[in-house]
Write a protein that binds this ligand. Structure first.
Ligand code: NAD
Length: 251
């Protein structure tokens, strides 16, 4: 048995979560890849193993209490106690306020906020026991306000308050809790936005890039690099922070 630590990344079958799982594996962690479908998660887990890392795939809905309890226990049994957690799973249900259904509001809040709560609560038991841990939550520049995203903006702003509170509660146990708040990143999530708006993805990317000071949109690896910093041993005195990863100071 190696002394490597175990990281759990939710929503890691693709996009930012997959890039983060691969990055943390490269950093030396064993990585549990959690997503709605275990089969989809296996794609990332297999890529980690092919690159020489240790990984397992776990299927669970982060907003389902029993499924989360079982999934976290499974990770602890197969890869060792998870002490690094990246709450990344997320969905979009965009619409202007007057057209947004209560279901679309609830679904977004349920996955982002209830999901991060349930998985953090399950993982903190292992972190507290180890007297060491890292939690990194995915917020967004949308937390600052974004047309058509009342549900998502509320959830991503909520993630920031959640992050600061966990930092206060878990700090005494050697656990740091931080958030990364990406701007526009090229993933299936933003591809779906282009589809909804009826514009080609390349066109949306080009117009978004024009508004970003570094004149490009984000890549999943840009976000993974920020998560990697927060997860590192060296970041032990940084907690309760929100790092915007957006190519500029704001959206
Ligand atoms: P994505 O849609 O490509 O991937 C999200 C993953 O989460 C998918 O694999 C999906 O199956 C999984 N997922 C969704 N609901 C789940 C649930 N209930 N339980 C378990 N897994 C679930 O999205 P992405 O762009 O990679 O986004 C990842 C995170 O980053 C999200 O929290 C998102 O809100 C955030 N974010 C993305 C962007 C962006 O521009 N892409 C910007 C800011 C923040």
């Amino acid at each position: 048995m190696t002394t490597a630590r175990t990281a759990l990344v939710t929503g890691a079958a693709r996009g930012i979560g997959a890039a983060t799982a691969l990055r943390l594996a490269r950093d030396g962690y064993r990585v549990a890849v959690l997503d709605l479908s275990g089969q989809d998660a296996e794609t990332t887990a297999a890529a980690i193993r092919e690159a020489g890392g240790e990984s397992v795939a776990v299927g669970a809905d982060v907003s389902d209490e029993d499924a989360v309890t079982a999934a976290v226990a499974q990770v602890a049994d197969t890869l060792g106690p998870p002490t690094v957690l990246v709450n990344n799973a997320g969905i979009l249900r965009d619409n202007l306020l007057f057209r947004m259904s209560a279901t679309d509001f609830d679904d977004v809040v349920r996955v982002h906020l209830r999901g991060a709560f349930l998985v953090s609560r399950a993982v903190q038991a292992y972190q507290v026991e180890a007297r060491w841990g890292r939690v990194v939550n995915l917020s967004s520049t949308s937390a600052l306000g974004h047309r058509g995203q009342a549900n998502y903006a509320a959830a991503k702003a909520g993630i920031q308050g959640f992050t600061r509170t966990l930092a206060i509660e878990l700090g005494p146990f050697g656990v740091t809790v931080n958030a990364v708040a990406p701007g526009f990143v090229e993933t299936e999530m933003t591809r779906a936005v282009a589809d909804r708006l009826g514009v080609p993805f390349a066109e949306l990317v080009e117009s978004e890039a024009k508004a970003v000071p570094v004149r490009r949109v984000g890549r999943p690896e840009d976000v993974a690099a920020a998560v990697s910093f927060f997860a590192s041993q060296e970041a032990g005195f940084v907690s309760g922070q929100v790092l915007y990863v957006a190519g500029g100071p704001r959206a």
